[in-house]
Ligand binder design. Structure first.
Ligand code: SF4
Length: 80
C-alpha cells in the first residue's frame, strides 16, 4: 500500500515512530522519515500510527491514489 505523510502538518510528535518503527523513523528532532510503499502485512501498524497521529498527517491508499490521479482535487477546483 502507498503511504504519504504531510510533512507540513507533521509536528514530529513521533507517535507513529513508536507504533510502526519499521515504517517511520525520526532523523534528529523533527525530520520524519517514512517508507512510501509498505507491505500489506504492516497495514495494522500503519493504521494504528494514523489513528495516533495528533495532527492526522498520515494518509494511505485511496486518499493517496486520488491525489496521484487527480492533481487538482474537486475541493480545490474553484469555479468562478
Ligand atoms: S505521529 Fe504524526 S505528527 Fe507525529 S511524527 Fe508521526 S506523522 Fe508526524
Amino acid at each position: 500500500m502507498r503511504l504519504v505523510v504531510d510533512l507540513n502538518r507533521c509536528q514530529g510528535y513521533a507517535q507513529c515512530v513508536f507504533l510502526a518503527p519499521d515504517v517511520f523513523s525520526l532523523n534528529g528532532e523533527e525530520a520524519l522519515r517514512y517508507t512510501p510503499y509498505v507491505d500489506d502485512a504492516r497495514r495494522e501498524q500503519v493504521a494504528a500510527a494514523m489513528a495516533a497521529c495528533p495532527v492526522q498527517a498520515i494518509l494511505m491508499d485511496d486518499v493517496v491514489d486520488d491525489m496521484m490521479d487527480d492533481p487538482l482535487p474537486a475541493a480545490f477546483d474553484v469555479h468562478h
